[in-house]
Design a protein around this ligand. Structure first.
Ligand code: CTP
Length: 407
């Protein structure tokens, strides 16, 4: 097969391959970029594999960066773009796929391709678009099948993350997992516990945001791989609920986690924090999702939100929550919620017309917790429309609050 119309990114990278070839080595485009191009999907990155050893690659180009030289990866800089070029290799023991524990450089393309995870990811392409298909990846691409290269069990022992990649690709590409490959996942699922949580999380999020999440989730259930994901061992029912929802596709990582947290029937925000901490997500994500989760529960219980709830959630978490609530059948039209939020007297606590300094100057309080309490009460009063956000009104109210406190 020859691809005639190569995406621009490949066309621009052609001279790199041609330079390596002119020096007597082999070089090919490899990996997800080749797969996605054949599928007609946009490509994310251009990866090159070559028989030249790293020092040889460096000798051929003016500007290179040693991004992972001990693993065979050199980045070639060309017209402002960086091309990761990796020497044909075999390896074992991954903390990170790009940084295995042990690497052996080889000169043969076939050796390199045969240690890759799935046949659809083991295609190579020459600079002229000719696809080299040593493991029948093209047939599997056409049939929509994920099949491990060679003995599936060996591939999963080399890198247990590949089991997560299988279910992720099932969702992302809407592919089926070939039976022996699936059986090997069932047999080796427990190996996933050896994998760094961050790596598992990336695949899990991609699965949930894929075009057919139900397909990936079903494979997770069928193979019991979910049991070895953080905090998921007893989540069979939740996964089934996700599968049973009418077709869904979520736009953001935040909405994905909010949906998940909601379907897990977690008791409170502390439980959500615990869940997300176990998955090692960022603190920003934890704050966002726990705020959104609270909004989802209000929408579920009352179908609407108080000004105070709108204010404390903030625009971003509101949007997330409503997306999830809509998916679950109890959301509001997004425009209504946006309008209600915009109609709040203030959207941010920094907009409050007075601050702690003003209270001190008027000797209404002393620095410390009492000041914070008064400011919080003022903020609340402004948000619910009890008082105008003007300094004279706020100082009057602060005086009343301070008096009652001092009584
Ligand atoms: N655990 C892994 C990770 C990657 N690969 C190989 O390295 C290539 C590039 O990996 P990566 O960029 O992580 O993933 P892609 O397959 O390109 O997919 P995507 O970009 O969608 O993540 C893969 O196609 C595959 O050949 C592998 O064999 N085993």
């Amino acid at each position: 097969m020859i691809l005639t119309q190569l995406p621009t990114a490949f066309q621009q990278a052609r001279p790199i391959i041609e330079t390596i070839e002119a020096a007597g080595y082999e070089a090919y485009f490899v990996g997800g970029g080749v797969r996605d191009t054949i599928l007609g999907k946009p490509l994310h990155d251009v990866d090159i594999a070559t028989s030249a050893f790293p020092a040889e690659v460096k000798g051929l180009f003016k500007r290179t960066v040693d991004t992972g030289i001990e693993h065979g990866t050199v980045m070639i800089l060309d017209h402002g773009t960086g091309y990761e070029t990796t020497t044909f290799r075999t390896e074992s023991g991954y903390q990170d796929y790009r940084r295995p524990d042990k690497v052996t450089f080889v000169r043969s393309l076939k050796e390199d391709l045969k240690r890759r995870d799935f046949t659809i990811n083991a295609l190579a392409m020459r600079a002229n678009g000719e696809v080299i298909d040593l493991f029948d990846g093209l047939a599997d691409l056409k049939a929509g099948v994920l099949r491990a290269v060679g003995v599936a069990e060996d591939r999963f022992h080399e890198d247990a993350l590949r089991m997560m990649r299988a279910v992720r690709f099932a969702s992302q590409l809407d592919f089926t997992i070939e039976p022996q490959t699936q059986q090997a996942i069932t047999d080796n699922a427990a190996l996933l516990t050896k994998i760094a949580v961050e790596r598992t999380r990336v695949e899990w999020e991609k699965l949930l945001m894929g075009q057919q999440p139900q397909r990936g989730l079903q494979a997770l259930l069928d193979t019991a791989l979910y049991r070895y994901m953080p905090q998921m061992a007893d989540q069979q029912a939740m996964l089934q609920r996700l599968i049973d929802l009418p077709a869904w596709q979520l736009p953001t990582i935040e909405s994905t986690w909010t949906l998940l947290a909601w379907l897990m029937d977690l008791p409170n925000q502390a439980a959500i924090r615990h869940l997300l901490k176990a998955w090692k997500t960022s603190n920003d994500l934890i704050d966002h999702v726990s705020a959104a989760w609270l909004v989802v529960s209000s929408l579920k219980q009352r179908g609407q939100l108080t000004p105070s709830e709108l204010f404390s959630a903030g625009a971003a978490a509101l949007k997330t929550a409503n997306t999830v609530a809509n998916l679950l059948g109890f959301g509001q039209p997004q425009a209504e919620l946006t309008a209600a939020y915009a109609a709040l007297p203030i959207q941010d606590k920094h907009e409050l017309a007075i601050n702690g300094g003003d209270l001190l100057r008027q000797q209404l309080t002393t620095p410390g917790p009492q000041m914070g309490q008064i400011l919080a009460q003022l903020l609340h009063a402004v948000v619910i429309g009890q008082v105008k956000n003007e300094s004279a009104d706020l100082l009057d109210l602060a005086r009343m609050i301070a008096d009652t406190k001092n009584d």
